[in-house]
Write a protein that binds this ligand. Structure first.
Ligand SMILES: [Zn+2]
Length: 221
């Protein structure tokens, strides 16, 4: 399992690519996903909605659907895009997990909502983390670092300027929600030091530059 560049230029999870009933893509600055998709007004929350609940102004950071042919997406430029799929019930989710959403356990909230609405078993789920800022580049001040004490209880350096691993934060939350480690595809490339094919807020500070990560059940599947 790994996150790899496709011939078209977007990135794919080899784990999700094994699921022939769905299509997915982690878009880059150079290559958008080849889908038409629904995306929320993202607000760094842990609010997860069903696609059927959404209007044009809906706010939240996770979208779930089991509708064939309907693609859901998360947009980001350093924040972690997380795609989830249930091979049993053919339910998918796209999640936007910045540091605030990651801290608020939006990954766990998405798994919980999938479980509640569609009888998904967390141990069946496949998850993949897309291109986002890595522990190599996500340096934060003590006021942010200290908030991660519950996630990284083994660390004793969170009272000062340090780096935070948002990938590991989301991996831990997914494991706590019941996902199997071998069904979480990671690590993705770092948007900040991985080159100009990625947008990076931290590196460039340019408003409106966003990459889209999309997933959906194929028509007739
Ligand atoms: Zn980096």
């Amino acid at each position: 399992m790994s996150i790899v560049r496709s011939p078209q230029g977007y990135f794919l999870s080899t784990l999700l690519a094994n699921e022939t009933w769905l299509s997915h893509a982690f878009g880059t600055a150079a290559a958008a996903p080849p889908h038409v998709y629904l995306v929320l007004n993202q607000v760094h929350s842990n609010v997860v909605l069903l696609a059927g609940e959404c209007g044009p102004d809906s706010e939240g950071d996770g979208l779930i659907t089991n509708e064939a042919g309907l693609f859901v997406a998360a947009k980001s430029a350093d924040c972690v895009p997380l795609l989830l799929a249930d091979p049993v019930h053919h339910v998918v989710a796209a999640v936007h997990a910045g540091w605030r959403g990651s801290l608020a356990n939006i990954a766990g909230a998405a798994v919980e909502r999938m479980t509640k609405e569609f009888d998904v078993r967390p141990s069946d789920l496949v998850a993949a983390l897309g291109p986002s800022i890595g522990p190599c580049c996500f340096e934060v001040g003590p006021e942010v670092a200290v908030l991660f004490r519950d996630v990284f209880s083994e660390r004793n350096d969170l009272d000062r300027r340090t780096t935070i691993d948002l990938w590991e934060t989301n991996r831990r939350h997914l494991r706590q929600a019941g996902l199997l480690p071998e069904r979480i595809d990671t690590p993705p490339p770092c948007t900040c030091c991985g080159g100009k094919e990625f947008y990076s807020w931290r590196r460039d500070h340019i408003q409106g530059q966003r990459m889209f990560a999309a997933i959906g059940r194929l028509p007739n599947h």
